[in-house]
Design a protein around this ligand. Structure first.
Ligand code: PEP
Ligand code: MG
Length: 758
């Protein structure tokens, strides 16, 4: 999903960590840009306020001897004009341009075209970036657009890293050798969310069943009982703190999980049994483990699912208690699980599930790493919602040990194990300077060049994202993944607690539409309180709207909360995993029934929300004639649609590369869906991760998609991109790509139109 422009930015960001000095970093940036943009010359001029001059600070392609020496007044030369007028100049034959000032000794005479682009951050001008080429033609429009987007970001990065202080760099330091870590200390992964993090690694304890505790006898009952009491007190304190932290991090949470944990830690019958075993002569840890095993066996025999679900909680609590006992005995050294104030740890596991993320105190997690998972896995989606750097597909996870200090560089896809102090400090500096870097905002409507309005909305998973929604200028919420709210609890959220959450979203959106997706549980998002039976293939099992049967009350409460929350809002209800007309009719009649019952009780509500379907199961593309008359809109969930279309598990990093939306077969499916919606006059949205890939946008517009829903951070970039495209050209591009031999050709065609580089 990451476009080349992002790739370039990531590469630039990662240069900061390893460059020895500013001048060297700047020189690496120009080299990288020249290579990635395929230009013979790339130079950066930095504006020096003290001398009021533009200084040639770095160049790839010009004579290195003039770097740091050649300067211009801010109004001199093509470079100075671009700087003063704050505009991009694309000049053919610059030597003949009246504004030209020769940079003698630079070797620039042989270049026949020049592109000068100012580097501006928040209205403040920092310098100019120049591209030069021997080709006797102006730089293409694509490249101009690209450098425009890139310059803003590059200026941001450079500014926040204080790189323009380079003029004061002592010459002696320039050119110092770059320090590299030994390869065996660096692991590779695929970033699921961008960012940098530093912290001690803590492995997720999900392995109660693997814990081996020998049946050992103690030599002092009193000592053992003191250890138990100390461990219980520590576990209770930590559990209460975790509850508070979760509440402050995730507004959807309630204290239920943690209060259940506390109940176990205070349960008289459990504790009496444990103490009894200690009196019989067994160690505290064996007494706890054997008592817990006994309770688990009892729970598992009970017919009630709720009780069986409690096993997981009991295991959670006991793992915690056993660790505290070991700590009290000095067996276990503190490995970062309770980091000193202000420090955060990096959570690692073979596989991380959304519930793992939601149930842990995210406030002291600075990053996630795991072996399994693709970028559209729900774990990745949540990491983005919480804005926590995350890396997946880390093949050699076993080389990291609990307590290792690591740097997670999710720009470059690197994990550094126990780096030296200097390297760590360099990354810390980048983290400090990037912390204040804001998100671009764009609240204006986006029209294509030929006047087609495209609504760019945001995907929302947690209330903590609402401030971002306001900042990004999104045209509404195109997908609210309501299921995360259900996953934080041990029982379904009440209608009233849902009402509070939905009302906050509606209020934040004002007149902009809010798309509430009905509970989409199952697969990697199971709910302990729903009747899930063990399934061989849960992603193709009872999930999404298939759960309606047998759980109608849960859906009824959700619909009622949505209708009540959206009295003065444009609410839309989106049905997940639809495959039949009957499912749509069933939901519509449920909405009508709930509305009638609210009216009968005199409860104010929205009686007519728009109803739409998720297009995730390929067969629905062949039933649209029947379904379209029943609905107001559709939303393509490309994450699931692609996994089912290509029979490739979206959370399996091994097959993830096969999920290309550029393949002509998938594009043909898109065209078919788009045509059906256009013919029926219904709105078509795309809310899967495909919508946030710049190289997908022309194809989606070409298919007649009129709404996109994506991560808040991609909103402004997407609006900008749309404004540079024409719907007509996009249509032709899609047709052209459908007729191509493969994904690679189609991707190149998109790249040419969009001007983004991969
Ligand atoms: C999708 O399948 O594309 C989608 C948006 O839903 P989710 O990722 O939550 O399954
Ligand atoms: Mg889906």
């Amino acid at each position: 999903m990451t476009a080349k422009i992002l790739q370039i930015l990531k590469e630039i960001t990662s240069l900061f960590a390893y460059g020895k000095d500013n001048r060297q970093i700047l020189s690496k940036i120009v080299t990288l840009l020249a290579r990635r943009l395929d230009c013979e010359v790339c130079s950066i001029y930095a504006y020096d306020e003290k001398s009021d001059r533009l200084v040639l600070a770095a160049s790839e392609g010009l004579n290195p001897k003039v770097i740091g020496k050649f300067t211009l007044a801010p109004s001199e030369g093509i470079t100075g004009h671009a700087f003063t007028k704050n505009e991009i100049l694309n000049v053919l034959d610059p030597q003949r341009d009246p504004r030209h000032v020769p940079a003698s000794g630079s070797g620039e005479e042989k270049f026949n075209s020049m592109l000068s682009c100012p580097l501006v951050v928040g209205g403040r001008k920092y310098g100019v970036i120049n591209l030069q080429s021997t080709a006797s033609k102006r730089f293409g429009e694509d490249l101009v657009e690209l450098i425009r987007s890139l310059s803003i970001q590059v200026a941001n990065i450079i500014e926040s890293s204080k790189l323009f202080g380079l003029l004061s760099v002592e010459p002696g330091r320039a050119g110092a050798a770059e320090q590299e870590l030994p390869v065996e200390k660096v692991l590779k992964g695929s970033p699921a969310n961008e960012g940098l993090a530093i912290g001690k690694v803590v492995f997720l304890d999900r392995s109660y069943d693997d814990m081996e505790i020998a049946q050992e006898r103690h030599d002092s009952e009193t000592k053992e009982l003191v250890v138990l009491d100390k461990a219980l007190a520590a576990a209770k304190k930590e559990t209460s703190e975790m509850g508070e932290r979760a509440l402050s991090m995730i507004s959807e949470a309630d204290a239920s999980i943690f209060s259940v944990h506390l109940l176990f830690l205070e349960d008289k019958s459990i504790l009496d049994k444990v103490r009894g075993r200690i009196s019989e002569g067994f160690t505290a840890e064996y007494s706890v483990k054997s008592t817990c095993d006994e309770y688990l066996a009892k729970f598992n025999k009970m017919s009630s699912e709720v009780f069986r679900g409690k096993s997981a909680d009991l295991k959670d609590v006991m793992i915690h208690l056993l660790k505290e006992i070991k700590k009290a005995k000095g067996v276990l050294q503190e490995a970062g699980k309770n980091p000193p104030k202000g420090l955060k740890y990096i959570m690692a596991a073979r596989e991380l599930l959304p519930s793992d993320i939601l149930r842990m105190p995210a406030s002291n997690v600075s990053g996630y790493i795991c072996e399994r998972g693709g970028v559209t896995a729900h774990f990745a989606i949540l990491a983005r919602a919480l804005d926590i750097p995350a890396m997946m597909g880390v093949a050699d996870l076993s080389r990291i040990r609990e307590g290792d200090n690591i740097i997670l560089d999710c720009h470059a896809g690197n994990i550094y194990i126990n780096p030296d102090a200097e390297t760590e400090e360099r990354f810390r500096e980048v983290i400090r300077t990037r912390a204040g870097a804001g998100m671009e905002s764009d609240a204006a409507e986006a029209f294509t060049r030929d006047g087609v309005r495209i609504s760019v909305m945001a995907n929302l998973s947690l209330l903590s994202e609402l401030p971002l929604l306001k900042l990004s200028g999104a045209d509404g919420v195109g997908l609210y993944r309501s299921e995360f709210m259900y996953m934080i609890r041990d029982y379904p959220p009440s209608e009233d607690s849902q009402l509070k959450i939905y009302s906050r979203i509606c209020k934040a959106c004002g007149k902009r539409p809010v798309t509430f997706r009905m509970l989409d549980a199952g697969s990697d998002k199971p709910l302990p309180y729903l009747n899930f039976t063990e399934e061989e293939n849960p992603s193709m099992g009872v999930r999404g709207i298939r759960l309606l049967e047998g759980n109608e009350e849960i859906f009824r409460a959700q619909i009622s909360a949505i209708l009540r929350a959206s009295v003065s809002s444009r609410a839309r209800i989106l049905i997940p995993m639809v495959s039949s007309l009957e499912q749509v009719r069933k939901v519509k009649s449920l909405v009508a029934e709930v509305s009638a019952s609210l009216s009968a009780k005199g409860v104010e509500h929205n009686p007519a929300p728009e109803i739409g379907v998720m297009i995730e199961i390929p067969s629905i593309a062949f039933s649209l004639d029947r379904i379209l008359p029943e609905i107001d809109f559709g939303s393509i969930g490309t994450n699931d649609l692609m996994q089912f279309f290509y029979a490739s598990d979206r959370s399996n990093e091994k097959v993830f590369p096969h999920l290309s939306f550029h393949d002509p077969s998938f594009l043909g499916l898109l065209r078919q869906i788009g045509d059906a919606f256009s013919k029926a006059g219904r709105k078509l949205c795309v809310c899967g991760e495909m919508a946030s890939d710049p190289l997908a946008i022309p194809l989606l517009l070409g298919a007649g998609v009129s709404e996109l829903s994506l991560n808040n951070r991609a909103v402004s970039r997407t609006k900008r991109l749309i404004r540079g495209l024409s719907a007509d050209a996009a249509r032709s591009l899609l047709d052209e790509c459908i007729g191509m031999d493969g994904a690679e050709q189609a991707r190149s065609a998109c790249r040419r139109l969009v001007g983004y580089w991969r």
